[in-house]
Every structure is written in C-alpha cells, then in structure tokens.
Design a protein around this ligand. Structure first.
Ligand code: NAD
Length: 259
C-alpha cells in the first residue's frame, strides 16, 4: 500500500477506524473522516500519523449535507493526491416498526449509507481509470444479504449497496479497479453498544442476556466479530492477490447467512 492514497468514510470510530489503521500500517496515506468532537478527531489523526509515519489528514464532512461527499473527495485529492482506495463505511442505524418509521431517519440512512456511496464512487472512478488502478470497498452488513424486522431503512439501504457494488464492478470489470462489499455480522462498536442499551431497556433484560439472546441470536458463533478481522479482510481486498475478486458480497458473519 506504500504511496497509495486511501479515503475511508466514517473512520473516526469503530470498523472504519480499524480499516484506516490497517491501511496506514501497510503504508497508505489516509484520509480519516467522520463526526465527533474536533479535538478527539485531531488526536486520532496525530496518533495514527505518529504510529505509522504515513500522511494522515482528517475531514468532518457531514454526509447528510448535499455536496459534502464531493467536497470530501476533492479535499482528499488536494491534500493527499489521487484516491486509490475508497472505502464507503459511514453508517447509522435506527430501529422502529415500519408503520411509525420517521421519514427523517429513513432519509438520513438512505443518504449516509447509499447516496454517499454512490456519489463517492462516481467522484473517484474517473481518477482511478486515469491512473489505471483502484480498489472500492463498500462496508455493507449481513443486512445487505438478509433482513431483520424493525430495520427497514437500514436493510433497504444495505441491500442497495450490494446492488451498487455489483453494478459498478461489472462496469469496471475490464479495468484494474475492483469493487466489492464486505458484509459483517455483529462487530462490537459504538453502533452496536447503542443497540445493546436500547434492547436492554426495551426487553427489561440484563446486558449479558441481551447480547446472547437478542443481539447475537442470529450469529451462530455467539461471539462478536473483532474490528481487526474486518480490517484484515479489507486490506486483503486492496492487495494484488485480490485482483480477480470483484462484484462480490463477502460475509464475515460467524455463519449468520449460512442459515
Ligand atoms: P460507528 O458508529 O462506530 O462508526 C460510524 C462512523 O460513521 C463514525 O465515524 C461516524 O462519525 C460516521 N458517521 C455517522 N454519521 C455520519 C454523517 N452524517 N456524516 C459523516 N460521518 C458519519 O459504527 P460501526 O459499527 O463502526 O459501523 C461502520 C459501518 O459498518 C456502518 O456502515 C455499519 O452499518 C456497518 N456495520 C456495522 C456492524 C457492527 O456490528 N458494528 C455490522 C455490520 C455492518
């Protein structure tokens, strides 16, 4: 990855941060991106740059705002050079019965998960084609392959990302640019911590029971996937041995989608 430029959206925490860290450790210059307290985000950037010796920049573009994805791509190119690796990872969750699902939450999920992925891909592909190499990864979910109740917006957007992945892969198949989806089961991050808390309150159950019987009910291994496992898969997809893997939606889900 030495000398490559990587943009990982939603990399100020969780899986995105893990993937950005893995790419930086492999030598890529990295644009960190995401929301969060400005001083914490700045500290993340400084720590990663110090640890790895690569160039690390940071952007706090809000992907709900029109035009911000394109600005993020432009800013990355200006500060770090043409984007070789794009990982669309930013995402949010909201759980509600479909009949009372708030319009505003639906729109936000479609925009951050699906709309921003499309716009980022559209913005980076011309440069990748020009330079003759590229890796696009959409960090999707097992929910891009199967559904759960009460997550209509998330499941719809994640299934959409899998479709986007396949279409883009076919369009670029004769180039050295690949496009793939990574579909994790439950990974213990802030996004899942929030679900543990809300499910514990809803079901009036202790946390440990919620984790085993509610959150991990569909994950046969009954353990969370580690961020580092997902990051290692992303790094592999960025390598030369993955050049024939394109248009794939790869589960890393403890057997969830084997059912
Ligand atoms: P996380 O909450 O730790 O990280 C989400 C990232 O997205 C953060 O950097 C956040 O700042 C950013 N983000 C959120 N809203 C944004 C906005 N409006 N504009 C810009 N950035 C925004 O969550 P995570 O668990 O690391 O999730 C990362 C991705 O992985 C998401 O797409 C999620 O759907 C997917 N995923 C997570 C799990 C899991 O179990 N944690 C499983 C499957 C898929």
């Amino acid at each position: 990855m030495k000398g490559r430029t990587a943009l990982v959206t939603g990399s100020t925490s969780g899986i995105g941060l893990g993937m950005a860290r893995a790419l930086a450790r492999a030598g890529a210059n990295v644009m960190l991106h995401g929301l969060g307290a400005a001083d914490e985000v700045r500290r993340l950037r400084e720590d990663l740059a110090r640890e790895t010796g690569v160039r690390v920049e940071v952007s706090q573009a809000d992907l709900r705002v029109a035009g911000e994805v394109e600005n993020l791509v432009r800013e990355t190119e200006q500060r770090l050079g043409g984007i070789d690796v794009l990982i669309n990872n930013a995402g949010i969750q909201f759980v509600s019965p479909v009949e009372s699902f708030p319009e505003e939450r639906w729109q936000a999920i479609q925009e951050i998960v699906l709309g921003a992925s499309f716009r980022a891909i559209r913005s980076v592909v011309p440069g990748m084609k020009q330079r003759g190499w590229g890796r696009i990864i959409n960090l999707v979910s097992a929910h891009g392959l199967v559904a759960s109740p009460f997550k209509s917006a998330y499941v719809a957007a994640k299934h959409g990302q899998v479709g986007l992945t396949k279409s883009v892969a076919l369009e670029l198949a004769e180039t050295a640019i690949t496009c793939n989806a990574i579909c994790p089961g439950y990974v213990r991050t802030a996004l899942v911590e929030g679900q543990i808390e809300s499910q514990a309150a809803t079901h009036r159950l202790p946390r440990e029971q919620v984790i085993r019987d509610v959150i991990l009910a569909s994950q046969p291994t009954k353990r969370f996937i580690e961020v580092e496992e997902v990051a290692a898969l992303a790094l592999f997809l960025c390598g030369e041995h993955a050049r024939s893997i394109t248009g794939a939606a790869i589960p890393i889900d403890g057997g969830w989608t084997a059912r």
